[in-house]
Design a protein around this ligand. Structure first.
Ligand code: AMP
Length: 411
């Protein structure tokens, strides 16, 4: 049994500073998203496998290799979510929320991908996820990118991130581009990696995403996506860039950035850093106007992005200053009930309070030190009789006698 007592490969326990950093990142992200009108939403970790298989596309790496799928006791094929968007869209459609549009939804939580674990790549990881459903017009794209920038500034990591930006054009542009790529890559078919040979048949745009070194050389001289844009697609992208320029959102154009999913159109983006070695992407997203319809919902424009919490946590040492507690040290072993009542009185006033009642007095004081107590309150029989408690200010070292209401006023 003992050898089984370790976490599953690629899955991590979160304690102490790691846990606090995660919670801090989530709380900053959530409060920043509220400035842009986002509301929290939570969807199940498990979905019917089809929710992901159909929407992400059978040829995507996530679906073909990385999903945690299994049959449950009723022989239904279920999958642990590898991303948020498909589940949120499923919830939107099955919940009949059309009349609530537009909706701006913030979520965070664990995701699962059976990938090869390494620094910054886990099998269970966490994301901050933003979906703007009913997001019509170029201001919604700009607003999402401003929200991301605002969040990075609030977290103190904006200086280490680059926004890479591209447009995939409209549906017609994409079809034209797929044809151009098919022609181009077919010439090099024999030199492509096995994965890319498969992609050539199913979705040649995915070859642009290939991590294979030889594929990358072939990709370097592939046709530029801008050549396939319609007039409207050109204008949409120009308008977006103009807005970003006015808003001082810095970006780098990357014509090879394709989020290979079939339902993406127009804006696609990624946030990258050179601080994390191979795992340079902190997050990304794009416009997915086609997804709702593919899933059986209304025709609906939408845009979203996701940021990886583990990778953000690796970028900087997030120190959070927890409120220092008041620590009650019980003198002797009587009066536990009285001390417990005082502890509850303080907690009722939002004062973090612990009660040290085990071991010798020296041990109780050591624990108060370990907890970085702001004040230590000593409670023995004399204090209980007089209802005046000895209070030690742990910063100045001064001691005085106070009633419980005077102690509350110290907060
Ligand atoms: P994606 O949904 O693939 O666009 O990923 C968005 C972000 O989630 C990435 O940029 C990473 O920050 C994070 N991410 C994706 N996969 C993993 C993983 N296996 N382990 C840790 N973080 C991940």
């Amino acid at each position: 049994m003992a050898e089984k007592l370790h976490p599953v490969r690629g899955m991590k326990d979160l304690f102490n500073e790691d846990y606090t950093a995660h919670e801090y990142i989530i709380s900053i992200a959530k409060s920043t998203s509220e400035l842009y009108g986002f509301q929290g939403a939570s969807v199940p970790i498990l979905e019917h496998t089809g929710v992901f298989a159909r929407t992400l596309g059978e040829s995507s790496d996530v679906v073909s290799k990385e999903m945690y799928s299994f049959l449950d006791k009723s022989d239904d094929s279920l999958t642990m979510r590898p991303e948020f968007t498909a589940g949120i869209m499923r919830a939107f459609i099955s919940g009949g929320m059309h009349h609530q549009l537009p909706m701006k939804l913030f979520s965070s939580g664990p995701l699962f991908r059976y990938d090869r674990p390494q620094a910054g790549r886990l099998r269970q990881f966490h994301q901050l996820n933003y979906e703007f459903l009913g997001a019509d017009g170029v201001y919604s794209d700009a607003e999402m990118l401003m929200l991301a920038q605002h969040t990075f500034e609030a977290l103190g990591i904006a200086g280490d991130l680059t926004l890479e930006l591209n447009s995939l054009g409209c549906k017609e542009s994409r079809v034209r581009y797929q044809t151009m790529l098919l022609e181009y890559f077919t010439e090099y078919e024999n030199d492509l990696s096995e994965d890319s040979k498969r992609r050539l048949l199913k979705n040649p745009m995915r070859i642009l995403d290939s991590k294979d070194e030889n594929d990358k050389k072939i990709v370097a001289t592939a046709p530029n996506i801008a050549a396939s844009y319609s007039l409207d697609a050109h204008k949409y992208f120009d308008d977006l860039q103009n807005l970003l320029n006015i808003m001082n959102v810095y970006y780098k154009l990357n014509p090879q950035l394709v989020r290979g999913l079939d339902y993406y159109c127009h804006t696609a983006f990624e946030f990258t850093t050179d601080k994390l070695g191979a795992q340079s992407a902190i997050g990304g997203g794009g416009r997915y106007d086609g997804l709702s319809k593919i899933m059986g919902g209304p025709d609906m424009p939408a845009i979203g992005f996701a940021l990886g919490i583990e990778r953000i946590a690796l970028m900087k040492h997030f120190t959070t200053t927890a409120k220092r507690p008041f620590v009650i040290v019980l003198i002797g072993d009587e009066n536990l009930g009285h001390a417990a009542l005082i502890a509850e009185e303080l907690r009722a006033q939002n004062i973090p309070t612990t009660l040290e009642h085990k071991g010798k007095i020296a041990r109780r004081m050591q624990n108060a030190d370990k907890a970085s107590a702001r004040y230590v309150i000593f409670i023995g029989s004399d204090e209980v009789a007089s209802e005046k408690y000895k209070v030690k200010d742990m910063d100045s070292g001064t001691e005085s006698f106070m009633s419980s209401s005077e102690i509350i006023d110290l907060k």
